[in-house]
Structure formats: C-alpha cells, structure tokens
Ligand binder design. Structure first.
Ligand SMILES: Nc1nc2c(ncn2[C@@H]2O[C@H](COP(=O)(O)OP(=O)(O)OP(=O)(O)O)[C@@H](O)[C@H]2O)c(=O)[nH]1
Ligand SMILES: [Zn+2]
Length: 394
C-alpha cells in the first residue's frame, strides 16, 4: 500500500503551504460540517470532565446550559444548581421515561428544584426509581444535550437549564449548536484514510493483513482484518463485528461474541478471502461502562434490552457509516454478510452497502449466555434457533 508515499505527499503539501501563509490559513480553516464535528468533540470532552456546555438554538434564539449527569460530581451539581437559581431539570430519554412509567416519546424534563444529588441519581439512571409526579415533554435542545452525552460515551442523562443567550454566568463554557450532533454523526463517520496496511499472521490464518483507518468522529483509528485474497468479481464475504472486550478478548461466557469473531475469521479463510471490519462500538455503542452497569442488572434478571433501557439507551445504539466508509475505501461494493442480525443488514444497506447475501455466524450456547441469545432472537429478530443450536451440542 502507498502509505509511505501518501505521507511524503502530505509533507510536500505542508512545505508548499508554509511558503504561502495565506494558503496555510485556508488549509487550516474548518468547513461548516467539520466545525460542527469539532465543536461536538470538544464539548463532549468538557462533559466528561463534569463541565457545563451551552447549546444554542440560533434560529429561535434559545440557549440551554447542560451537564452530563453521569460525569458530574456532587460539588459540580451543586455549583450548577446555584448558578441557575434552582431552575434546573433532568432530561431523560424516551426509553428511560418509559421505564419510569412516563409517556414521553420525546423524552421527559423533570424539575430538580429542591432535589439533591442522590435524588437526581435515582431519577436519572438507578433502578426502581419512583415516577416523578411533575414533568414536561422533552424538546430538541434538551435532547441534543443527552445525545452529546451519549457521544461522549456517558449515559444519556442531562442536567439542563434554559438561560438567556447573553447570560454571562456560563461565559467560559463551550458552545454547540442545535443539530450539531446529527451533523457530526453524519459527517464524522464518512471520511477515512488508510494509515497502515501490515501483514499480521494469525493462528490458523497466516494470510491476514491489518488495515488501519484514520478519520471520523474523534479521529479514532478503526481496524479491518483482510484475510486471504479478495475476489471483487463476486460478493465479498464480510463480517462487521462490534467490539466486545469481555467476549472477544477474555472469553466471557455471557455472550457469543468471541466465538463469532473467531468463527467469522475461519469462515473468511475457508472462502478464500474476506474482511473482518472490527468496529470500536463496545456494548452495542454504549461503551464498556454502561455495558458493565447493564450486566449488573442482568445478574438480577433484567434482559439485555431492558437493562439498557433503564440506563436510557435504545435497543441498539450502533451506527454503520464507519463500516460502509471502510468498505468503500477498500474498493468493496457488493458483500455477503456474515451475521444473524437483520438490523445490521438493513443499516448497512441504508449506508449504501450492497448486501447480496448473508451467512450465519454462530457460537456455542453456554448456561451463562443462553438467555442473552434467546433475547437476541426474540427481541432483536436475530436469525438463530437457540433450541437447535443446543440440540446440536448434545
Ligand atoms: N449493551 C450491551 N451490549 C452487549 C451485551 N452483550 C454483548 N454486547 C455487545 O453487543 C455487540 C455484539 O456485536 P456483534 O457481534 O457485532 O453483533 P450482533 O448484533 O450480535 O449481530 P451478529 O452480526 O449476528 O453477531 C458488541 O458491541 C458487544 O459488546 C449486553 O448485554 N449489553
Ligand atoms: Zn460479547
């Protein structure tokens, strides 16, 4: 791959730009969409440190100041409460509101006046919280705050207060604009460069290369493992796998991910060639922290979907623009997808990938993962017959 060549080209460009200061400024200026992306990334970092962020509705002149409750300390909560004169509310997603018995399809805003940090925690994400008697329907600025928290891999629960856009008390808070998170998601996931393409022989699969992509949201590096030779004249066998640290790496018995990863690679090898796209989407896009909190509830009998809903998440928070962009960069248009998940097929198609066929990819049923597999089949429509799998094991 011409990675070193690419680097040289970039260096030549930089030195040319250095000779011409005006062009340098033009090169470094951000375009509108990437401005939204960078605003979101910076603001997400602020939220993770428990700092407030302003969300502006430029069209209607509104302004909301928000904290991600998940990353807020009691002291930060108290400072915020004082700064907004107790006019703060907790924004809960529609899923969390539903768990609490509130009919709020756009999410719910629960006034927090008089409630302390522990009360707010109960309302925000803990189990068995009593439904509040007073709440308002959510609105887009508040929902944007929760989406930004989600982007920061925090629970989608925001402490919010409306302020006058000219209010100076939050002057040093970073601002995003309404709609920025959607723009960031759209724009941020489609732009990739291959920065390395290196042979890494795997046990039993010696002909494999690790291709590293850079770009997208947070400029996070993403990985494709190319097995054997790709035959582009036919649909290319592809596994799009979301990371599961517990299963892929440590052999957790609670899911089938590790088996699917290894069986998927074996299948690609048997077919003579294919690609494993390994996406940085731990816990169906909720992050390892939320996934472990959800596991904690599963130990008490919640299934995987209900546990995620308690934390405010939808049944599947993943996105596949990244996978589509990686496939396109590899020159792959038509694929045979190794999956049991009908939604994954639908999402990839919606992102422009031509899914010409599907093959199942299965793992072993264990006493610890049986419930999880049944839930996948029952609630997410996975094409997998758990009883047959178990009968086959006997
Ligand atoms: N939130 C949450 N995520 C989980 C749980 N168990 C596994 N996961 C995540 O679920 C995802 C599974 O990803 P995949 O194997 O790509 O996809 P899939 O939806 O099972 O579909 P297949 O293509 O048929 O395997 C990974 O991101 C895991 O980390 C759980 O109990 N809760
Ligand atoms: Zn797993």
């Amino acid at each position: 791959m011409p990675v070193i060549g690419d680097k040289l080209r970039v260096n030549r460009k930089v030195s040319r730009v250095n000779d011409m200061p005006n062009d340098l400024h033009r090169e470094l200026r951000l375009k509108d969409d990437s401005r939204a992306l960078v605003r979101c990334e910076r603001a997400a970092a602020e939220l993770r440190y428990g700092r407030p962020v302003r969300i502006l509705d430029k069209r209607n002149g509104g302004c909301l100041v928000a904290l991600a409750f998940d990353a807020t300390s009691p002291a930060q909560y108290e400072a915020f409460r004082l700064a907004v004169d107790d006019r703060h509310s907790l924004f809960l997603t529609a899923q969390r509101a539903d768990v609490m018995g509130l009919a709020a399809p756009n999410g719910a805003l629960v006034p927090l006046a008089g409630l302390d940090f522990a009360d707010a925690s109960h309302l925000g994400y803990l189990r068995g919280a009593e439904a509040p008697t007073v709440f308002e329907a959510g609105y887009p600025l508040a929902a944007e705050a929760a989406q930004l928290a989600r982007l920061a891999l925090l629970l989608p629960v925001a402490v919010v207060a409306e302020i006058d856009p000219d209010d100076k008390s939050f002057n040093d808070a970073l601002s995003i604009e309404l709609g920025d998170v959607a723009t960031a998601n759209r724009f941020g996931l489609g732009h990739f460069e291959i920065i390395a393409d290196t042979k890494v022989p795997l046990a039993g699969i010696e002909a494999s290369r690790f291709v590293v992509f850079r770009g997208g949201l947070n400029q996070r590096d993403q990985l494709a493992i190319v097995v054997g030779e790709l035959d582009m004249s036919r649909p290319v066998p592809i596994r799009v796998h979301s990371s599961c640290i517990t299963g892929d790496l440590f052999g957790s018995l609670k899911c089938d991910c590790g088996d699917q990863l290894r069986n998927g690679l074996k299948t690609l090898e048997k077919r003579g060639g294919g690609v494993m796209i390994y996406l940085d989407q731990e816990g169906r896009g909720t992050g390892i922290g939320a996934k472990m909190r959800a596991y904690h509830m599963q130990a008490d009998g919640f299934d995987t979907v209900d546990a995620d809903a308690v934390l405010g998440f939808g049944a599947d928070e993943r996105r596949y623009e990244t996978a589509a962009a990686m496939l396109s960069k590899l020159g792959i248009r038509r694929v045979e997808l190794l999956t049991n998940n009908p939604l994954k097929i639908a999402y990839l198609r919606a992102c422009g990938v031509e899914v010409a066929g599907r093959s199942p990819v299965l793992g072993t049923v264990t006493p610890q993962n049986e419930g999880y597999l049944r839930t996948k089949a029952k609630r997410a429509g996975h094409m997998m017959d758990v009883d047959r799998l178990m009968a086959g094991m006997k």
